[in-house]
Design a binder for this molecule. Structure first.
Ligand code: COA
Length: 393
């Protein structure tokens, strides 16, 4: 039986990040440690941090609104919102976006969850829906605020970011192969119980499981009929911190005796060092980094490794479509990165503390963000979101 006869994949995409940025040099100075632990050991320099009137909904909406301004909403009959920074236990974050983005009434909206893997779960679902009916398009939004407790090992690996993708038939940017290698294990490497705003983490176990699951996914991918290692031109890994992707790739390169190992991964590593972890969006931020790195990638095959603690992982491949470069908007995203407002150490600590709102019922947020949407606060238990007017934006 033939699988995947209609080419399906990414028609267009956009990224967004948050209002503030924090430099890890400030953290290292306060801790009295060598900043190279972060710059070299983790390969992280800075991380994005949301203003009090930003959350996963507003950052995701910002990415999606820029995308829909180009593509329109025609043919979109599904919105899948992937996040592990969920704002409600029942109501999908996507339903807030239904209003903010003025999406059509006849659309299904839901949220996916499996730590950082939830973005790839959403993408794979979207591909399946499009393969079933190539006239439909799916809007996939991956958006997260990676917030760890202060004075823990995870603190330097915080961050914030979103990716919004239009998934459809005959894509302009990336054609995604139906062959995947998958793996799941019931592991407690990183999890966030319902009563906590920050995760519990066993860092060493998360590194080990990430590496172990990459090998397992690769073996399964090959058993399913996937390409040989030497037929893959570039690799993009989930990037909880940049060095994690490098570690996994270096091991793979050694095992498969590949030449030009670093050239295969370095183009995907330009954004995470200055954004930090963006959980569900992280691998897609890496993919954008690769696509933004050159106009000469048409026809190249990319290996994509997605990992979500807890733990589920998937390896799959995609081919870059000729003419893809005409659909990229790298300068817009780079401008967003440059426009972030830097935080001093004291401001960072105050903002980190202020984001701890577990137990609060109704509150109003100060107006800070310059993004297209803001989280105004909670009134009678209902989260209030606002589109900023043209004069404010
Ligand atoms: N110069 C250069 N490198 C240095 C250094 C220095 N002065 N000081 C330390 N390093 C290196 C260490 O050797 C280590 O590198 P290695 O792993 O290649 O040996 C690296 O910096 C990190 O140091 P380590 O002591 O292991 O860090 P840590 O225990 O403080 O925590 C994480 C690191 C990643 C475990 C922690 O940030 C974390 O828990 N993050 C959240 C979970 C996560 O992201 N998991 C990933 C999979 S999802």
């Amino acid at each position: 039986m033939d699988i995947g006869t209609t080419p399906v994949g990414i028609v267009d995409f956009e990224l967004a990040t948050s209002h503030f940025v924090f430099d890890l040099a400030h953290l290292a100075a306060q801790q009295g440690i060598d900043v190279n632990k972060y710059h070299v050991g983790l390969r992280q320099e800075r991380f994005s941090m949301p203003a009090l009137d930003e959350d996963a909904v507003t950052v995701g909406a910002a990415a999606a609104s820029r995308l829909l301004a180009r593509t329109g909403t025609e043919q979109i009959r599904t919105l899948i919102f992937a996040t592990e920074s969920s704002v409600d236990q029942s109501k999908s974050a996507g339903t807030f976006l239904h209003t903010l983005l003025q999406l059509p009434q006849h659309i299904r909206v839901f949220e996916t969850k499996q730590a950082c893997y939830a973005g790839t779960a959403a993408l794979q679902l979207a591909l399946a829906l499009v393969a079933r009916n190539p006239r439909e398009r799916v809007l996939v939004i991956m958006s997260d605020i990676a917030r760890y407790e202060r004075n823990t090992a995870g603190e330097p690996t915080q961050g914030a970011g979103a990716a919004a993708l239009i998934v459809g038939a005959n894509p302009n940017i990336l054609e995604i192969s139906p062959i995947s290698g998958v793996w799941t294990g019931n592991v407690h490497d990183f999890w966030r119980p319902n009563d906590r705003s920050t995760p519990l983490v066993n860092g060493a176990l998360s590194l080990e499981t990430y590496l172990r699951s990459f090998t397992a996914c690769w073996n399964d991918y090959r058993e399913q009929g996937g390409a040989e290692a030497s037929d893959i031109d570039y690799f993009v890994h989930h990037q909880p911190f940049t060095k994690m992707a490098v570690k996994a790739h270096e091991r793979f390169v050694r095992t498969h005796k590949l030449e030009n190992g670093s050239e295969m991964i370095e183009p995907s590593l330009r954004y995470t060092p200055i954004i930090g972890n963006s959980y569900t969006a992280s691998m897609y931020v890496g993919l954008a980094s690769l696509l933004h790195s050159s106009n000469a990638l048409a026809g190249k095959r990319v290996g994509l490794f997605s990992y979500g603690s807890g733990a589920t992982a998937e390896f799959f491949t995609a081919q870059i479509v000729p003419g893809y470069e005409k659909f990229l908007h790298a300068a817009d995203f780079q401008q967003q990165l440059h426009s972030r407002v830097p935080l001093t150490f004291e401001e960072y600590v105050a903002l980190h503390d202020a984001h701890e709102r577990t137990g609060l019922t109704d509150y109003e947020n100060p107006q800070v963000t310059c993004a297209p949407f803001r989280f105004a606060g909670v009134r009678e238990g209902v989260r209030q979101y606002e589109a900023r007017t043209n004069e404010e934006a």
